[in-house]
Design a protein around this ligand. Structure first.
Ligand code: TXA
Ligand code: MG
Length: 325
């Protein structure tokens, strides 16, 4: 496998019947199609094909120890590949379609590629709350493995232009359906007996999950040793990194910086939300980080409250600010 392929032009598809049909055809042929979800654009390939999934890793230059999320169009498709406990079913019924990935035990008969799950006996599954995504998966007829459609370690894409910026000539197509409304990746949970473990804060606030289950989520207690297999991408330090250095909890920009504001702050180059609305801030986060990064200045960021979607935003910002490996 050798990517980028010099012969490959990335097709830009419309989210209409013809575009969906073309996307499904490319997936069936083992190709890669980027598609919009409510969180970020995904880089999709046939989750049951080792070669398709291998080319996802190649296109992203991604360290191949990370398992991918298998995206489904409906619960029936999910249950054909994974076992749902009562607890898991409750979560799926409450929050699917939506920005929640549930890590589930794999069925013995599952035909998912080993590379999709990294050889684990579990699979992370989610049903995106986006009509175009679900139509594509359903037209393809099986689960679609998809990480975010950006080169490994870079900012996640929330428009088709972002996808093209990073992956033009490395993937077969992108379905252009505008902005991703949520703007940060899905929340990921797993199970340990009766405990529900938070593996990554994301687009579904933790408080909503805790209210639904009437119990607290557990936080993972593992410590990441050098060379150990990470359980969720959160453990890779400098993930979601802009080129610029990032300084958090800033009340103003220093001379060499631009300010990414939140709330009614003065002199912000960009403001995630003038009204301090966390949902609006999440939807703006990656686009604004990209625009500020293009100024080639360092980025100072206003404090963001650490509840609801603020947790996912702070998680991504902490990673952007982490020392680079
Ligand atoms: O919103 C999202 O989740 C986006 C869109 C495209 O759906 N996808 C996304 O994928 O963020 P990605 O690959 O960047 O992050 C998925 C993470 C993996 O890095 C992995 O750590 C975790 O999900 N994951 C997947 N399967 C897992 C498993 N079986 N056990 C533990 N973690 C798993
Ligand atoms: Mg990603």
């Amino acid at each position: 496998m050798s990517l980028p392929r010099p012969d490959l032009t990335t097709e830009r598809l419309h989210p209409d019947d013809a575009g969906i049909a073309r996307g499904a055809e490319i997936l069936r042929a083992g190709g890669l199609v980027s598609f919009p979800t409510e969180t970020v654009y995904g880089l999709g390939g046939d989750a049951c094909s080792e070669t398709a999934v291998a080319s996802i890793f190649a296109a992203k230059d991604r360290p191949s120890f990370n398992p991918l999320i298998a995206h489904v169009s409906d619960l029936e498709m999910a249950r054909a590949y994974a076992h749902f406990s009562d607890l898991a079913l409750r979560l799926a019924m409450a929050f699917w379609p939506g920005p929640l990935t549930i890590v589930l035990p794999l069925r013995k008969t599952s035909k998912l590629a080993e590379l999709t799950t990294s050889g684990l006996q579990t699979v992370g599954m989610r049903m995106p709350d986006h009509t175009t995504a679900r139509r594509l998966i359903s037209a393809f007829g099986g689960p679609v493995a998809a990480p975010s459609a950006n080169p490994s370690g870079r900012i996640s894409p929330t428009t088709a232009d972002h996808v093209i910026d990073g992956l033009d000539g490395r993937i077969d197509a992108v379905i252009d359906d505008g902005n991703c409304p949520v703007g940060v990746e899905s929340t990921i949970v797993g199970f340990d007996g009766d405990d529900v473990i938070l593996l990554r804060p994301g687009g579904l606030p933790i408080e909503n999950i805790e209210r639904c289950l009437a119990r607290k989520l557990k936080h993972p207690t593992f410590a990441m040793q050098e060379g150990d297999q990470p359980i969720a991408p959160g453990q890779l330090t400098s993930h979601y990194a802009p080129q610029a250095t990032v300084r958090l909890n800033a009340d103003h920009a220093l001379p060499h910086e631009v300010l990414l504001g939140f709330g009614p702050v003065k002199n912000a180059a960009e403001n995630l939300s003038q009204n301090a609305d966390l949902q609006e801030a999440a939807a703006n986060l990656f686009t604004m980080l990209r625009r500020l990064d293009a100024t080639r200045k360092a980025i100072a960021v206003s404090p963001i409250p650490d509840h609801g979607l603020g947790r996912a935003i702070n998680d991504r910002l902490n990673r952007a600010a982490a020392p680079r490996g």
